[in-house]
Design a protein around this ligand. Structure first.
Ligand SMILES: Cc1cc2nc3c(=O)[nH]c(=O)nc-3n(C[C@H](O)[C@H](O)[C@H](O)COP(=O)(O)OP(=O)(O)OC[C@H]3O[C@@H](n4cnc5c(N)ncnc54)[C@H](O)[C@@H]3O)c2cc1C
Length: 394
C-alpha cells in the first residue's frame, strides 16, 4: 500500500480518485487526525494514472477578482420553522424542494446513526430534511460519485450539495456535462476533523451519562449571529454559544481543520458550481427589512443553469437582487490561516489525554474573550464590522 498524495496539504479528500479507479485499488484511510486519505494497493494497481488525472486540487488562474456574470441574491425562506432548522436563510430547502418536486434526487450531508457525517441521497422531503443544517465535520462521501453517475445516466435530475472541493471532485469524476445535474456548493472556511467530533460527542455522553439523539451545530435559540451548538440527549440538553463551546472554539481557532483547507484553491469568487450558498453577512446594512436575526442566505448564481433555477423558485420564497458590494464573506477572499498552535495541539492530543487537551485549547484567551464577546457584537450591531472587514480585505 502506498499513499496517493505527496503532501497532505494537496489532498482535500474529495474521493474522485477512489471512485474513478477501474481496478478498485484505492481505499480511503484515516490518518492520526481522523481525516481520510487515498492509499493505493500496488498489487492490483495497473498504473493507468486515472487517479492522478482526476484530482481537482490544482490552483486555477482567474483574470478578474469577481466574475462579470455572477448574480447575487439575498434569500429567506417564508416559514419560520424552516429558518430555525437551516443555517442561513434556508436557500437549500427552497432549491431542493424544487428539484424533488420535479422528480429529481438530492445528495447532501447527513448524520448517520452514530452521528458521523456522511453524504446520502434523498428522493423525498422527509429524507432531505436530514440534510438541513451545517454539520461542522468533514463528511465521508464513500462511493457516492458512482451512484450519482448511475442516477444521471438513468435520466433523473440530480442536485448535489457539498463543499466546493467535493463539487469539483464530482465534476472531474463525471468528465462530461449533464443537463440534469445541478451543482451547489456552500461557502466553507474549512472542514473539522471527524475524530475530534466523535471524541467530543463521547465526552458529552460520558459527562451526562446519557445518549445523544439530535445535534444542531448552528442552533438559532441564541440568534443567527450568535449561534450555539445544541446537543439533545435523551434526558438532557447541552447548549453553548460559539464563544463558550470548546468544539466551536477549536473550529474557529483553525486548530482542527483539514490541512488542505489552509491552502484552499476555492477561497475566491470564482465558483465551480451552478449555485453557491452562504450566510449573508452585511444584510443589516444592505437590506434591513430582511434581517430579524433568524438568518438570511447569500446566493450566488454562477451559471445560466443556476440563474434559471433561481427564476423558477422566485415566487416560492422571499428574494431580493443584491450586489457584490453589499455583503462580506472572508472565505471568498483568502483561505483560513493556519493556527501557529496547530502542530503542538495535535502532538498533545495524540500523545496525552484527549479530552484534557481538547478542553485546554477549546477556551478563549482573555483577549479573545473581550474581542469576541464584547467588541465584535457591538461592531456588528452598528454595522461597523462590515466596513472593517471590507477595508481589511481590500
Ligand atoms: C464545514 C462548513 C463550513 C462553513 N463555512 C462557512 C463560511 O465560512 N461562511 C458562510 O457564510 N457559511 C459557511 N458555512 C455554512 C453554509 O454557508 C450554509 O450551510 C449554507 O449557507 C446553506 O445554508 P441554508 O440555510 O441554505 O441551508 P442549510 O439547511 O443549512 O443547508 C445545509 C446544506 O449544507 C450541506 N452540508 C451540511 N454540512 C455539510 C458538510 N459537513 N459537508 C458538506 N456539505 C454540508 C448540506 O448538504 C446541505 O446542502 C459552512 C458550512 C460548513 C458545513
Amino acid at each position: 500500500m502506498i499513499n496517493l498524495y505527496a503532501n497532505k496539504k494537496k489532498c482535500c479528500g474529495c474521493t474522485a480518485c477512489l471512485n474513478i479507479c477501474p481496478n478498485n485499488s484505492i481505499t480511503m484511510e484515516k490518518d492520526k487526525e481522523g481525516f481520510l486519505y487515498p492509499v493505493i494497493d500496488t498489487e492490483s494497481c495497473t498504473s493507468c494514472e486515472a487517479c492522478v488525472r482526476v484530482c481537482p486540487f490544482h490552483k486555477k488562474e482567474y483574470k478578474e477578482k469577481i466574475p462579470k456574470d455572477q448574480a447575487v441574491y439575498a434569500m429567506r425562506h417564508t416559514e419560520k420553522s424552516v429558518l430555525k432548522k437551516s443555517t442561513s436563510g434556508g436557500a437549500f430547502t427552497v432549491i431542493s424542494d424544487y428539484v424533488l418536486e420535479q422528480g429529481g434526487i438530492v445528495y447532501g450531508a447527513v448524520f448517520n446513526d452514530r452521528f458521523e457525517v456522511v453524504h446520502n441521497k434523498a428522493a423525498d422531503k422527509k429524507q432531505r430534511d436530514k440534510m438541513r443544517g451545517s454539520k461542522y465535520v468533514q463528511s465521508d462521501l464513500g462511493t457516492i460519485f458512482k451512484e450519482i453517475k448511475n442516477t444521471l445516466e438513468s435520466g433523473k435530475n440530480v442536485l448535489f450539495t457539498g463543499t466546493p472541493c467535493q463539487n469539483d471532485g464530482l465534476k472531474n469524476y463525471l468528465k462530461k456535462e449533464y443537463s440534469g445535474l445541478i451543482l451547489c456548493d456552500i461557502a466553507c472556511h474549512g472542514v473539522p476533523s471527524p475524530k475530534i467530533w466523535t471524541d467530543y460527542k463521547t465526552y458529552l455522553e460520558e459527562m451526562y451519562h446519557d445518549k445523544v439523539k439530535e445535534v444542531n451545530f448552528r442552533s438559532k435559540d441564541t440568534g443567527w449571529r450568535n449561534s450555539s451548538l445544541k446537543v439533545e440527549l435523551t434526558k438532557n440538553i447541552y447548549i453553548k454559544n460559539m464563544q463558550e463551546d470548546p468544539f466551536y472554539i477549536l473550529f474557529f481557532s483553525h486548530l482542527i481543520l483539514r490541512p488542505s483547507c489552509h491552502e484552499c484553491i476555492y477561497a475566491n469568487y470564482h465558483r465551480v458550481t451552478d449555485l453557491t450558498l452562504a450566510d449573508y453577512w452585511g444584510i443589516e446594512k444592505s437590506n434591513r427589512a430582511f434581517d430579524d436575526d433568524n438568518g438570511v442566505s447569500l446566493v450566488l448564481a454562477n451559471t445560466k443553469k443556476g440563474k434559471d433555477l433561481i427564476k423558477a423558485v422566485k415566487n416560492k420564497t422571499e428574494i431580493a437582487e443584491s450586489s457584490h458590494d453589499d455583503f462580506y464573506q472572508p472565505i471568498f477572499e483568502a483561505p483560513s490561516k493556519i493556527s501557529s498552535k496547530r502542530k503542538i495541539f495535535w502532538e498533545e492530543y495524540i500523545n496525552k489525554g484527549k479530552i484534557e487537551v481538547l478542553l485546554k485549547y477549546g477556551r478563549l484567551t482573555p483577549v479573545q474573550w473581550v474581542i469576541k464577546k464584547i467588541a465584535v457584537p457591538v461592531l456588528k450591531k452598528t454595522g461597523l464590522y462590515t466596513f472593517i472587514i471590507k477595508v481589511y480585505f481590500k
